[in-house]
Design a protein around this ligand. Structure first.
Ligand SMILES: *Cc1c(COP(=O)(O)O)cnc(C)c1O
Length: 211
């Protein structure tokens, strides 16, 4: 069930920020509820859950589907022509798959590992420049920006978000590319992310009444 004061909550967000509602805590009816309150962008992080929700909601042409979780190469073909945005590109192999499978260019965020945490996804921050240069051969992979997940680490979340923004600024010059979007900020840290330049925040728990 979505939170009762959803309208007030949505009104509290800056107008120029895109809210991507993370759907993992909700079902089809929750998504429709959010849609009726003005949320148009939805993000799923699991392929099987995405396919179920996509089928249930495919009559709604106004929903924009984002895939925000790790995408395994062998599952890419199941979803790649159904989504509008991918937030989690993290390998050249996946980019190559997308390039082959996709019918038209896909707006794609590169997931960056800012903290170099072990067993976490994302391109290490110091490899992103090379990664972008290698992506230029894939015409169906249209890079729109960078994505990250903050962690409770040595740096506070504000510092982590700032690192991604500064990396973006640096890459725009070094790679001669436009990276207008920063997908960063979740329930616990979206306010810090907005202050550091997030354009897309991915919110789950805070949209729902979870008991
Ligand atoms: C679940 C999820 C979110 C939202 O997390 P909350 O803390 O519930 O806001 C954001 N991004 C990704 C990739 C997720 O899987």
């Amino acid at each position: 069930m979505i939170r009762k004061d959803i309208d007030n909550f949505l009104a509290s967000l800056p107008n120029d920020i895109t809210l991507v509602a993370a759907t993992k805590y909700g079902d089809k009816n929750d998504i429709l509820d959010l849609f009726n309150h003005g949320v148009k962008n939805f993000g799923e992080n699991r392929v099987d859950a995405f396919l179920t929700k996509y089928e249930e909601l495919k009559d709604n042409q106004e929903i924009r589907w984002h895939f925000i979780g790790h995408l395994q190469r062998n599952k890419a073909k199941l979803i790649i022509n159904k989504i509008d945005y991918l937030h989690s590109l993290d390998s050249l192999e996946l980019a190559k798959m997308i390039d082959q499978l996709r019918e038209k260019p896909l707006d794609t965020f590169i997931e960056v590992s800012i903290n170099l945490e072990e067993n976490k996804n994302g391109v290490p921050y110091y490899e992103v420049e090379q990664f972008i240069n290698n992506l230029k051969q894939f015409h169906n992979v249209h890079i729109v920006g960078l994505m990250m997940m903050a962690i409770k680490g040595s740096d506070d979340t504000t510092t982590q978000f700032k690192k991604l923004r500064l990396l973006r600024d640096e890459l725009e010059t070094k790679c001669n590319i436009k990276l207008p979007y920063l997908s960063m900020g979740m329930t616990d840290d979206y306010q810090e992310a907005i202050l550091e330049g997030a354009t897309h925040i991915r919110l789950g728990r805070i949209l729902f009444d979870l008991n």
